[in-house]
Design a protein around this ligand. Structure first.
Ligand code: BDR
Ligand code: CA
Length: 341
């Protein structure tokens, strides 16, 4: 089994990441914690519970942590993920409830209990992760593989011209997290999935159509650019229907920003890297985050050549393979949808 600690801000692509991990036969969710980001943290937790339940994962500990970023006010993004965070999808209210524990406590306890065994995936601002490291500074040594979706290096930002969303929401947390990894051996350094490679992950209506076929849906799942915005799926398969409604919103959002009728599914890619199912190459670097300049707030900088004279603190994904990644998504999630019916 791969035992995961996840921190998410669900979010359409976070939802896809959760569904993908839930579709793998060897996934154990030790805890899934909520950071504020795409939507407020209570909504993140509700969405996360609802998505896990949709996938048949009813007994997962879902906990909230911080209500907002460490040092700046919270900004959410309903225009990107919809008012509730799941686009046009309306899921049944979850039966489960949120744990009474603080997200950071859950992370620290789980990591202490199973040193070196847990795979950590953060597809949200790094607020809870920074708080967990404050509580247990040895956390970077206690976790196994760590994968972070965040940052933008030699690539334009998606929030400001130079900054990526997760890092921009809580730049101080990101700076603390990267600082905590300085000087650790290479194999302990977090793997960073930045926009440089996640924006290559262009999910298209075609992928949804194939996924529904894999799920053995009787009618083709057609999400078409010429359809009016907000048309809802009529698929009988609930997982296909909700993913289709969520992703349609994401396609519409990207089109509004002249990126085409497609969606960058950043967090799914990071989930595949965490699971080890998606091939990628990485390059070690020293990463730091700008937290003072108004112009460059939340911008991530990578020093690949040790020009700052600091030890490396991250491994940045330098190459990925989107076509193989979408084949994997279609097969894995399509067969989960078929099993769930
Ligand atoms: C990141 O920002 C969020 O909106 C997405 O869920 C993803 O984690 C991409 O910049
Ligand atoms: Ca996210």
């Amino acid at each position: 089994m791969t035992k995961y600690l996840l921190d998410v801000d669900t979010g359409i692509d976070d939802a896809l990441a959760l569904v993908y991990l839930a579709s793998l036969p060897d996934t154990e969710f030790v805890a899934v914690t909520a950071s504020p980001g795409n939507v407020d943290v209570q909504q993140v937790a509700r969405n996360t519970l609802a998505i896990l339940e949709l996938c048949g994962r009813r007994d997962v500990d879902v906990a909230v942590g911080a209500e907002g970023p460490l040092s700046v006010p919270l900004v959410t993004t309903p225009e990107t993920h919809g008012p509730q965070g799941l686009g046009h999808a309306v899921l049944p209210a979850p039966a489960g409830t949120v744990s009474g524990r603080h997200a950071a406590d859950l992370w620290v306890e789980a990591a202490r209990a199973r040193p070196g065994e847990l795979t950590a995936l953060i597809t949200a601002p790094l607020t809870n992760f920074a708080l967990a490291i404050r509580r247990e500074p040895r956390l970077p040594e206690l976790l196994g593989k760590v994968v972070i979706m965040g940052g933008s290096f030699y690539h334009q930002g998606n929030t400001t011209p130079t900054a990526e969303w997760n890092t921009h929401v809580d730049p101080h947390a990101a700076k603390e997290v990267y600082a905590a990894y300085r000087g650790l051996p290479l194999e302990r350094l977090p793997i960073i999935c930045s926009l440089d490679t996640t924006e290559r992950m262009e999910m298209k209506p075609e992928h949804l159509r194939r996924l529904a076929e894999e799920a053995r849906c009787p009618a083709p799942e057609l999400v078409l650019p010429e359809q009016p915005e907000g048309v809802r799926s009529t698929a009988g398969n609930p997982l296909v229907r909700h993913l289709s409604d969520a992703l349609r919103f994401y396609f519409e959002f990207h089109r509004h920003y002249d990126q085409g009728y497609l969606a960058h599914v950043h967090d799914y890619f990071a989930a595949g890297v965490a699971a080890g199912t998606l091939d990628c190459s990485t390059r070690p670097a020293t990463v730091d985050v700008e937290v003072e300049s108004t112009l460059l707030m939340g911008t991530t900088v990578a020093d690949y050549r040790a020009l700052w004279g600091h030890p490396f603190n991250a491994r940045i994904v330098s190459e990925n393979h989107p076509e193989a990644a979408f084949d994997e998504l279609v097969t894995a999630v399509g067969s989960l949808a078929r099993r769930l019916g």
